[in-house]
Design a protein around this ligand. Structure first.
Ligand code: PMP
Ligand code: GLN
Length: 381
């Protein structure tokens, strides 16, 4: 039987490709974004507690109440946004599930969805599966700022959603008040939803502020705001995230979520609920924690043949290698993994069209010793 693919242009995600290659080659893996250190011991203890005290059956479909309350409190404390834990907060199996549910719940066949390239790789396939079209708006180094005049020209009656991601993976760019102003002007009076991927919300550097869409009531009323505890608590393997959205949007979101995963792992939800309320200092200090890692990694690369603009947020650093090689980034990433035993992520895969620049992405969510070993290899090139 011939299966007609619904995603014919999509191959295995670059994160899997590079991590598999790193494993095969025994290479240091600075490609896929995950820490090589564990989550906070007090959090592990709480999850262990629930795991061994009989909390191992289905959680409520929308998430355990204590966790939804803790998320609502956090959103109020940090962004001044009062949401109803009962109706407006849904716990999901990672941010990936939340992104998929938000897109599935809102986007119809024939609609258009705007994304900014380089774009995280899960957005477009989810749009394509709805029979809709992804419209790519490229951004370029060094600032990767949005050309808002271009965005205005691309908006039309078919535009159903704009997907935004600040702090931005893979560039580390962070939006500012000007971006929000422009976004407000562009969506005003139009039936456009916003999907705000804020998984790196706590990782902003050099005194910047994260511009959560939760801060802007006019934008929030049309937004799905998505985050991930995998990022915040160094536990990417737990796959717990959430979506905060006004109740009308959350109702539609849950209609999909209940048939995608129904619910997510109970003891982890309960453990995170305890930890989130008891240890707000963890997420409040995350920016400083990762800024120190970024600074260490960048300082160690002083003698490398690469040029870099320090990342403004996330746990990724881009290196421009144009002075070192004119290979395609996809080729260089593979060659460095095979020959130099260092894995990274090529940037061009996140663009609709080859952007012409030459950059690799490195994850600095690693122990200092790992960063030293990675930098040593890069300096030896
Ligand atoms: N969005 C972005 C921008 C990401 O970098 C990630 C990283 N994994 C995700 C979404 C997915 O998060 P999760 O692992 O919680 O599904
Ligand atoms: N978000 C992670 C990254 O950018 C990877 C997540 C995944 O492997 N799907 O590296």
């Amino acid at each position: 039987m011939a299966l007609t693919s619904k995603l014919p242009g999509v191959s295995t995600t670059i994160f899997t490709v590079m991590s598999e290659l790193a494993r095969e080659e025994g290479a240091l893996n600075l490609s896929q974004g995950y820490p090589d250190f564990d989550g906070p011991p007090a959090l592990l203890e709480r999850v262990q507690h629930y795991l061994t005290h009989g909390h191992n059956q289905y959680a409520p479909m929308m998430g355990v109440p204590a966790l939804r309350e803790a998320i609502a409190d956090k959103v109020l404390d940090l962004y001044g946004c009062r949401v109803d834990a009962e109706r407006d907060v849904t716990v999901t199996s990672g941010a990936t599930e939340a992104l998929f549910c938000a897109i599935s719940a809102t986007v119809h066949p024939g609609d258009e969805v705007l994304v900014f390239d380089p774009a995280y790789d899960s957005y477009e396939p989810a749009v394509t599966l709805q029979g809709a079209r992804t419209v790519h708006v490229p951004t370029h180094p060094p600032a990767f700022s949005v050309d808002w005049d271009r965005v205005a020209k691309l908006i039309n009656d078919r535009t159903r959603m704009i997907i935004i991601n600040s702090p931005h993976n893979p560039t580390g760019a962070v939006w500012n008040a000007h971006d929000i102003d422009c976004l407000q002007r562009i969506v005003q009076g139009r039936d456009i939803y916003l999907l705000s991927d804020e998984v790196y919300e706590h990782m902003v550097f050099d005194g910047r502020e994260h511009v959560s869409l939760c801060r802007y009531p006019d934008l929030f009323q049309r937004s799905f705001v998505v985050s991930s505890f995998g990022k915040t608590y160094h536990t990417t393997g737990w796959k717990i995230g959430y979506c905060v959205a006004p109740s009308a949007l959350s109702d539609e979101f849950r209609r999909v979520h209940q048939f995608v995963t129904f619910t997510s792992i109970t003891p982890v939800q309960l453990g995170i609920a305890d930890f989130l309320s008891a240890h707000p200092e963890h997420h409040l200090q995350l920016g400083d924690f990762y800024q120190a890692k970024r600074d260490l990694f960048c300082a160690l690369l002083d003698d490398s043949p690469f040029s870099l603009v320090p990342s403004a947020g996330t746990y990724f650093q881009l290196l421009d290698y144009s002075a070192y090689s004119d290979e395609m980034d996809t080729e260089l990433a593979v060659r460095l993994t095979r020959e130099k035993k260092l894995a990274s992520i090529p940037m061009s895969v996140f663009y609709e069209h080859d952007p012409g620049h030459r950059m690799l992405r490195f994850c600095f969510a690693k122990d200092d010793e790992t960063l030293r070993r990675g930098a040593e290899i890069l300096c030896s090139l």
